[in-house]
Design a protein around this ligand. Structure first.
Ligand code: 13P
Ligand code: SF4
Length: 302
């Protein structure tokens, strides 16, 4: 079936079921087009919580759909493809976090939203790349365990006198941007503003003019008067920037980088997901209750 056909069928099912389609900025162009809301992890958590729809079809990765379920347990939350798993979220497990906590009993635990629901439930507060600095600023105590992203931990530590105890996780997509890539992109486009995601390595962050979440990049690209931008994040976001700012030019900081897990979902998967109401995100009630406190706290702080 052609794309138009899938779009029509999805639209009809969405109306029939009263569903809302949320999509992350890294989704493929076809999915970005059918989304009711396209955004970063923080935007999408808020949309999920505030929406009146009783069914949410989440086009992103599992931790995002889990966060939607945790914030709105009464809603049916669907993840169209089971394989959509964030590889960074798998880098810290519950036993590992418990062991780290026992080594630093005084520390407050901040978990990046890119974690499993179990890890969130064992944390004090969550953060996203958009609010990590604010969340840490708001915490009492001078020691912070920060899991799982070592690069976001390093970014946050630039803004706080608190001792940050990082975990050694990372995002394989963002780690592939190198300082040499950024320098070469700057040589080719000397007028461009360099904006990178805080999941990039510190040496890459050092070369950037701005460090932002994907939502922050969307806002800056719209608001800044400059016309050229070098972007250090996944290619789906660059597609969005080009579509929304036709008069401006966007270049990847080095070769385009793709997150495999963000690209599994196709139009036919969204259709099947709405039709068969699959794959429902189900979590134990105790995990939902505890993880919800950490996400609610995050939404209050930042
Ligand atoms: P954002 O919250 O900035 O959209 O980032 C999510 C993510 O997974 C980045 O790799
Ligand atoms: Fe996870 Fe990296 Fe993909 Fe983001 S880009 S979803 S952190 S693997």
């Amino acid at each position: 079936m052609r794309e138009d056909g899938w779009r029509e069928k999805i639209g009809a099912l969405k109306r029939e079921k009263g569903a809302l389609i949320l999509a992350h900025n890294y989704q493929s162009p076809q999915i970005q087009e059918i989304a009711d809301y396209l955004g970063d992890s923080l935007d999408l958590s808020r949309r999920a919580r505030d929406s009146e729809a009783h069914m949410i079809c989440f086009c992103g990765v599992r931790f995002m759909a889990e966060s939607a379920k945790i914030l709105s347990p009464e809603k049916t939350v669907l993840l169209p493809r089971k394989e959509s798993l964030c590889e960074m979220a798998a880098m810290v497990t519950l036993p590992e976090l418990k062991a780290l906590k026992s080594r630093h009993p005084q520390a407050v635990v901040v978990s990046y939203v890119n974690t499993t629901a179990e890890v969130k439930a064992e944390s004090d507060v969550c953060c996203t790349s958009a609010n990590a600095v604010k969340v840490v600023e708001n915490l009492k105590g001078d020691q912070v365990i920060f899991v799982p992203d070592r690069n976001l931990a390093s970014w946050v530590s630039r803004f706080t006198p608190k001792r940050i105890i990082p975990w050694n996780g990372y995002c394989y997509v963002h780690e592939r941007f190198t300082p040499e890539d950024v320098k070469e992109a700057k040589r080719l486009h000397p007028q461009a503003v360099v904006i990178v995601h805080p999941e990039c390595r510190p040496q890459v962050v050092d070369l950037a003019d701005q460090v932002e979440s994907t939502g922050g990049m969307v806002r800056l690209a719209r608001e800044l008067a400059e016309e050229e931008f070098i972007i250090g994040t996944e290619e789906g976001l660059i597609h969005r920037l080009r579509r929304e700012n036709p008069g401006k030019r966007f270049y990847s900081a080095g070769p385009a980088r793709m997150c495999r897990s963000m690209k599994y979902i196709r139009l036919e998967d969204v259709h099947l997901s709405l039709k068969e109401e699959m794959f429902k995100v189900e979590l134990p009630e105790t995990i939902i209750e505890r993880a919800r406190t950490t996400l609610d706290r995050m939404l209050r702080y930042g």
